[in-house]
Design a protein around this ligand. Structure first.
Ligand SMILES: C[S@@+](CC[C@H](N)C(=O)[O-])C[C@H]1O[C@@H](n2cnc3c(N)ncnc32)[C@H](O)[C@@H]1O
Length: 240
């Protein structure tokens, strides 16, 4: 089983609709690549982002979790959806834009793996194409590691999630869902999701051979630091 195969059924109800991330992506595409018509999303999950990008693009999504892809097929029926690993894929086409959001890159738990993702993205982008991705910086994972568990009631069920960052740079997201049954008992589901923290300067250096960074943003629109709550990069493929 892949990570997210357990959580998939509850993912959209827990995370809500990603309108902000969708409009940020569309704004960056309009700004830097207004003629884009093909988009590949790495780690497309339940397809919420693909569905929100609209019908103006030819859409492709890739995810390693079959359970997440099952939802994506329903949410984004017009997209080409591929079961694959973002650290090792080879498609028969290139794209104008590759996106990977909601800290999907952190789920690759070696930095060597991140470099493979960057190389694969470079190989699948047209010259001048955009790579838009975000990540959880180390400070964010430290903050989450210091926080009390998050308890969330939804649709009659309860989720309890805590982040253990004692093995820094590897964070363990421990997720427990108590699913309410018809007889008012609860069925427990458990999943642990791993995320790797990487210093932003290492990320910038790893992008440098194939990309020009056009924009970087934290949650406030400023240049992100390792202490930021999130870092978003817009990088352009150069020298293809
Ligand atoms: C936090 S979710 C983000 C989903 C979606 N991008 C969104 O914004 O809602 C991370 C997704 O990345 C996928 N993922 C993690 N590692 C992966 C890998 N090596 N190859 C492909 N997909 C991966 C997971 O299965 C999961 O669906």
């Amino acid at each position: 089983m892949a990570q997210y195969d357990v959580f998939a059924r509850f993912y959209d109800a827990v995370n809500g609709e990603p309108e902000d991330r969708i409009s940020q992506i569309l704004d960056y595409i309009a700004l830097f690549r207004p003629d884009a018509h093909s988009v590949l999303e790495l780690g497309c999950g339940t397809g919420a982002i693909l569905a929100g990008l609209g019908s103006g693009f030819s859409l492709t999504g890739m995810d390693v979790s079959e359970a997440m892809l099952t939802h994506a097929r329903r949410r984004s029926p017009g997209a080409r959806l591929i079961h694959g690993d973002i650290t090792s894929f080879s498609l028969d086409t290139k794209f104008d834009v590759v996106i990977s959001v909601y800290d999907t890159i952190n789920h690759v738990i070696t930095f060597d793996g991140w470099k493979k993702v960057f190389a694969n993205v470079a190989a699948h982008l047209h010259e001048g194409g955009l790579f838009i991705f975000d990540l959880n910086p180390v400070g964010r994972l430290r903050d989450l590691g210091d926080m009390a568990p998050w308890v969330y009631d939804f649709d009659g069920h309860t989720l309890i999630m805590d982040v253990d960052f004692t093995d820094e740079p590897l964070a363990r997201w421990n997720i427990r869902i108590f699913e309410k049954q018809r007889d008012a008992t609860y069925r427990q589901h458990r999943e642990t999701i791993l995320e790797l923290a990487v210093a932003l300067d290492q990320v910038r250096d790893a992008l440098a051979p194939n990309f020009l960074i056009l924009a970087e943003s934290d949650t406030q629109g400023s240049r992100p630091t390792d202490g930021s709550a999130r870092a978003l990069f817009v990088a352009q493929r150069v020298g293809a």
